[in-house]
Design a protein around this ligand. Structure first.
Ligand SMILES: [Zn+2]
Ligand SMILES: [Zn+2]
Length: 277
């Protein structure tokens, strides 16, 4: 019995959707894959929300949310819908019991965010305030940003953004309250401002709900003199229900091709906010 087989007996991979044992650390068992709503068809170019119908002119694809509040970023993508097993996956990553799933999530993110990444792109996670970081021990968005950087070879700056003040939790807050609470709550870490001057930035978060946090992050990058800003989230929480929902495809999404390891400056910057793998 090889080491892998022994580890599988002692620490079997478990489906994050239902808890059943699975052969590979892929996150989901077969039935949960079929339930997960990966966004593979037409999607809003502002936030990645699935849209009904076939893809036509990508520039014209905007959901109601993004039409109502134009986004201060160039493009946005999401890997899955924040519902059902997709929601359970995100919560597992966020609350610590399944941080082993970050590499899987990184592959899903690379599939949707790969086309946004150029040679000068800097990947940066949405930051946690340091008190919340202490309580939670790690920043799930930083895990995702690192996993995406590993998949794509793009430069990672895990502490590009910071929250100088604590903001109340957003759970349960309405849309206007969310935007008001996050207004000016995020800034570029002063010592990193020169590193993003004129460069593209891709901001990574686990979930987009109203987009208030991502808006604060994007505005901070622009204020610091960055180039084009885009956003990539693991899951998009759709407002209301029943409109613009993607069908479950029942297929595992294609895995983005890994070109090379992260550049040296991406590896160097890993220590501050993410635990050792
Ligand atoms: Zn399952
Ligand atoms: Zn949108």
């Amino acid at each position: 019995m090889g080491l892998h087989a022994i580890l599988q007996v002692v620490f079997p991979h478990r489906c994050v959707g239902c808890g059943h044992t699975v052969a590979e650390p892929s996150g989901f068992c077969g039935p949960c894959w079929r339930e997960a709503e990966f966004i593979t068809g037409a999607a809003c170019t502002g936030c990645g929300a699935p849209l009904p119908g076939e893809e036509t002119d990508p520039a014209a694809l905007r959901c109601d949310d993004c039409l109502t509040r134009p986004r201060p970023w160039h493009a946005g993508v999401a890997a899955l819908v924040y519902a059902g097993t997709g929601r359970r996956f995100v919560l597992g990553l966020k609350h610590g019991d399944r941080i082993d799933l970050a590499p899987v999530a990184g592959r899903w993110l690379a599939r949707v965010a790969g086309p946004l990444i150029r040679p000068d792109t800097v990947i940066a996670p949405v930051p946690l305030h340091r008190l919340r970081l202490l309580r939670r021990r790690y920043n799930q968005s930083a895990l995702l940003a690192r996993a995406l950087a590993v998949q794509t070879g793009a430069t990672l700056c895990p502490d590009l953004l910071e929250r100088p003040r604590a903001t109340p939790a957003l759970e349960g807050a309405d849309r206007d309250t969310r935007f008001a609470r996050l207004d000016g709550a995020i800034r570029v870490t002063p010592r990193h401002a020169k590193h993003i001057a004129g460069r593209r930035v891709l901001i990574v978060d686990d979930v987009m709900t109203s987009g208030a946090t991502l808006e604060a992050a994007a505005l901070a990058c622009h204020a610091a003199g960055s180039g084009e800003v885009s956003i990539a989230v693991l899951a998009r929480a759709l407002p209301g229900s029943g409109t613009g929902r993607a069908k479950a495809t029942g297929k595992q999404p294609p895995i983005a091709h890994r070109t090379s390891g992260p550049p040296a400056d991406a590896r160097r910057g890993l220590a501050p906010v993410v635990p050792a793998p």
